[in-house]
Design a protein around this ligand. Structure first.
Ligand code: SIN
Ligand code: MN
Length: 291
C-alpha cells in the first residue's frame, strides 16, 4: 500500500493521517479476542493503572500472541510507513493500551520521540507511531488529542513525570501546550481527535504532541500502538528493558494482506513468559552513533 502525493503532503503539514475502518470487523475481532488472555497475565509486561487492577498498557504482544505477531507484519500497516521513510523498518515498541471503562487514566501531553531520545538514544525522528483502534473511539471514551502541525517544532522541552500516572513519561508543560494550540488555530482546530470504528488506523509523527483524557464512560477504548523505526535509526542505549524498547533491529518482512484471517506461521518466542534477558537493562551500554 503506497500513499498518494496528497496524503504525503497532508502528513507533512498536519503530522498525522487517519484511515477510518482500515481493518474490517472480522479482522479486528481476531485481535480483540486475544486481548483478555494477554491482560489476565500477572507479568511485567502488563502495567496496571495507579491504584487499580485495570491494564493501562501491555507490552510486546507481538512476541507473545499469534494474532498480534501477524498484525506486526501487516502490509496495510507497515508499507505506508516504509513508503514515507523510503527504508525498511523494525519494531521499536508494541503496546496495547487499555483505557478501560471508568478506570482508564489520562496520558499527559507528550511527544513519543522525546522519550525515545532521552531514554533510548534513538538518533533521529525517523520512527512512526501507528494507532489501531480495537474498540470504537468516540468523544466519550478518552480519544487521542493531537495538536496538528506540532511535529514541525522538532523536540520540545519536556520533564520526566514519574508521579501523575503509573507510567513514567516525558511531558510537555501547560504554557507550551497553550502556545502550540494557539499556533495551530486555537479553538478552531488547534486540537483534533480522530474518532471512528474499531479497525481504524492513525499514522502519526514521532514529534506530534498528543495526549488523551481519562475514560469515565462505560465503554472500553482498547487500542494498539506500534512504533516502527527506520532500521538505520535504531536505538543506541538499552536503559529500558527489552520488552519495552526492542533490541532486535531486523527489518520487518510483511505477510500477505489476508494475514489476520489466515493463520500464516509466525514466531512468538515469549509465549511462555518473558525470558530473563527481556527484563535486563544495560544503561551504560551506548553504541557509537555513526556519522
Ligand atoms: C500514548 O501516547 O502512548 C498513548 C495515548 C493513549 O493511549 O491515549
Ligand atoms: Mn505517545
Amino acid at each position: 500500500m503506497k500513499l498518494t502525493p496528497e496524503q504525503r503532503a497532508q502528513f507533512e503539514r498536519d503530522g498525522y493521517l487517519f484511515f477510518p475502518g482500515h481493518f474490517s470487523p472480522e479482522e479486528t475481532k481476531v485481535l480483540t479476542e486475544a486481548v483478555p488472555d494477554l491482560y489476565s497475565k500477572r507479568a511485567a509486561f502488563n502495567v496496571r493503572e495507579k491504584g487499580s487492577d485495570a491494564v493501562r498498557t501491555n507490552f510486546a504482544a507481538h512476541l507473545i500472541s499469534e494474532p498480534f505477531a501477524r498484525l506486526a507484519r501487516h502490509p496495510r500497516m507497515v508499507e505506508p510507513v516504509m513508503d514515507l521513510f523510503d527504508e525498511a523498518v523494525y519494531m521499536h515498541q508494541f503496546k496495547i493500551n487499555g483505557k478501560m471503562a471508568f478506570e482508564g487514566d489520562v496520558w499527559q501531553w507528550h511527544q513519543d520521540y522525546g522519550t525515545w531520545l532521552n531514554d533510548d538514544l534513538m538518533p533521529t525522528e525517523r520512527a512512526m507511531n501507528v494507532a489501531i483502534f480495537l474498540d470504537e473511539v468516540t468523544e466519550h471514551n478518552g480519544p487521542l488529542m493531537f495538536i496538528p502541525g506540532s511535529h514541525r517544532k522538532g523536540v520540545v522541552d519536556a520533564k520526566h513525570d514519574l508521579t501523575t500516572t503509573s507510567y513514567p513519561l516525558w511531558t510537555v508543560d501547560n504554557d507550551l501546550i497553550r502556545q502550540l494550540v494557539d499556533r495551530a488555530g486555537g479553538k478552531q482546530g488547534g486540537i483534533v481527535s480522530p474518532k471512528g470504528p474499531a479497525g481504524s488506523m492513525i499514522l502519526f509523527h514521532s514529534c506530534l504532541v498528543h495526549a488523551s483524557g481519562s475514560n469515565l464512560s462505560p465503554f472500553n477504548r482498547v487500542a494498539v500502538y506500534l512504533s516502527l523505526c527506520a532500521v538505520s535509526n535504531h536505538i543506541r542505549r538499552h536503559q529500558r528493558p527489552e520488552y519495552i524498547a526492542h533490541r532486535d533491529f531486523t527489518p520487518i518482512e510483511v505477510l500477505p494482506d489476508d494475514c489476520l484471517l489466515t493463520p500464516y506461521p509466525v514466531e512468538v518466542p515469549w509465549k511462555d513468559g518473558l525470558p530473563e534477558s527481556a527484563l535486563r537493562t544495560s544503561p551504560d551500554l551506548i553504541e557509537t552513533v555513526e556519522a
